[in-house]
Design a protein around this ligand. Structure first.
Ligand code: NAP
Length: 209
């Protein structure tokens, strides 16, 4: 059976940090395909703080179009209510076995999960493999994961992956657009075009945070 990756995100907007992480996971873990899953309603953010889900979905689609091993799923965009990751992984588990399904996260997200801060975190950790990206500036130590693990179960399905440093963040990109500063080379040109065409992020960034 195919091994697949799932890269969840708010992607507001998607940028090269997300793409590098997914590609590194694909190669290091011999994944046949990586599905990017933009959320509709991020459970950890107020709805008025995030851009319309259809814009975030379109930007993510435009970002992955040159990689035949990447695609974008509407599973969370089309599901009403908060986009809990556990609901997404439970749905995907109908198609993939736990050993073939790899959820790709950053350092912050995986620490939140092992601390039990996500919806049904302990159960979530049983559903698939986890690839946690450690990057300069956001280092992830295995002993931190063990120290903060409140789930009461071993974390042997959790893999730490080193990725190259890319000091890019969606928050900084939004701020740059609001301030009229360049965003070229921080994200694919197609995403920058969508931002310009649709006039996204032009209002003060303060109201976006
Ligand atoms: P995001 O800002 O779009 O980021 C997506 C992922 O990319 C994150 O894991 C983030 O790592 C990583 N990333 C960001 N910048 C990067 C860079 N320069 N280089 C490498 N990696 C980078 O999405 P988000 O708002 O953090 O949400 C992530 C996912 O968690 C979403 O699918 C959301 O729905 C889910 N979530 C679920 C629950 C729940 O089910 N209760 C709660 C919270 C979040 P970091 O983790 O280090 O920021």
């Amino acid at each position: 059976m195919a091994r697949v990756g799932v890269m969840g995100g708010t992607f507001d907007p998607v940028h090269y940090g997300h793409l590098v992480t997914a590609e590194e996971a694909r190669v290091q873990f011999t994944l046949e395909h990586v599905f990017f899953v933009p959320n509709r309603y991020p459970p950890h953010k107020a709805l008025d703080q995030v851009t319309d889900p259809e814009h975030r979905y379109t930007m993510t689609q435009r970002a992955v179009q040159t990689n035949e091993r990447f695609s974008v799923s509407r599973i969370e965009i089309d599901r009403p209510g908060p986009s809990f990751t556990i609901d997404t992984l439970e749905a995907l588990r109908k198609e993939y076995r736990a050993q073939d399904l790899f959820y790709i996260t950053g350092a912050d997200a995986i620490l939140q999960i092992v601390r039990g801060e996500w919806e049904r975190s302990a159960e979530l950790l049983t559903l698939c493999q986890f690839i946690a990206a450690s990057r300069p500036g956001f280092p992830l130590e295995v002993h931190d994961l063990r120290k903060y693990n409140v789930t009461g179960r071993p974390l042997d399905n959790l893999h730490v992956m080193e990725i190259p440093a890319l000091a890019i963040s969606s928050t900084d990109i939004r701020r740059r657009v609001a301030e009229g500063r360049p965003i070229r080379y921080l994200l694919p040109d197609e995403v920058a075009e969508h931002i310009a065409e649709q006039g996204l992020y032009r209002r003060s960034v303060r109201s976006l945070e």
